[in-house]
Design a protein around this ligand. Sequence first.
Ligand code: SF4
Length: 403
Amino acid sequence: MNLKEPPPDSVVLPSYEAVSTDKGKFNAAFRLWHREADNPAGKTVAQPHGDRWIVHYPPPEPLSPEELDRVYDLPYARRAHPDYKEKIPALETVRFSITSHRGCLGSCTFCSLSAHQGRIIQWRSRRSMLAEAARITRLEGFRGHITDIGGPTANMYGATCAKMANGRVCPDRECTWPQPCPRLRLAAKEELAVLESVRTLPGVKKVSIGTGIRFDLLDDQPSLHYLEQLCRYYVSGQLRIAPEHVSPRVLLAMHKSSHASYMTFRRRFAETNRRLGKKQYLIPYFISGHPGATVDDALELAEYLVRTERLFIRQVQQFTPLPMTAAAAAWHTGKDPLTDRPMYIPRDPKEMKLQRSLLQLQEPNNYIYAQRALLKLGRHDLLRRLQSLKPLLRPERPGRASA
Ligand code: SF4
């Protein structure tokens, strides 16, 4: 903006010129922006760039269910633009799915979702989703399976607190970390009611939750009923979850819940499926090379995958610094931008490859690469631990966790 002054009452960040050359100022700017970014009551943030200002206004007030319904009730074609002649794989996966809400109140440091959809959950009414499901049943090619009803995280549907109900969030506290906030109220009953209404709609044979769930919000007693319903009706053999790592140091850097919380959920999921006589699996996602993760941490995760899970994962997400995330700021500056504490950053491509190889040791080339790399690093302690995993590696085993 060609402003001579920043807008009144705005938070002024260190200038572009300052943050480009001074990493301390870069993190200071991130902290100031982050405090206001996902709060409709936040202040306008302004940064001088040469003789102009970049101005970031607070997010709009969240939409009420009635307002969001109006957006989703529009007569969308649910098809690619006619200019596309070829099939679009990404469209196929969402063609028969329903968005139940927007926003994410998690605060994973590597994810930009709360920066662009906001922390406040905005959800649709059951009526609107049922109407959409009925429209889906009339679509060409629909065979009775609604492949997903969810949002960024399915079990955040309807989640709120007194503050969020007024369109505000706490600027100095995260909603799910280090522990879920005691003031946060989930809406499992309402979510299950939506799922059941759609599942019993004429023309619908199956409804799945394809987007995954946040397991750390499910470790109390009342959540057992939700989990039972999930396993009974809404898991299509596999349920996606995102523990992301097992090392406490890395989980701390990611602002993810503890490994113990994942293990509790894993046990409950297995017990529930056993009771229901179902063979269903968890598909856990893990990230390699996240800021804060050392080779020792990667080996700890490898040991967990091979010894405990007996899981050989086919897909590993290599950490990618996403703009406007705390992890990207840490990756750039070498310090946690929220605490200013120094943080280990695995930037060397060889180390990134080593960390990734350790998570997929069932690939023979990865095992050999990891062995050589550890030898080169002189990490005989880690090498011995790696070699002790070798007898447990069987490449032909399926790439999924046992229930
Ligand atoms: S009170 Fe708790 S749930 Fe509500 S905005 Fe604050 S931290 Fe999040």
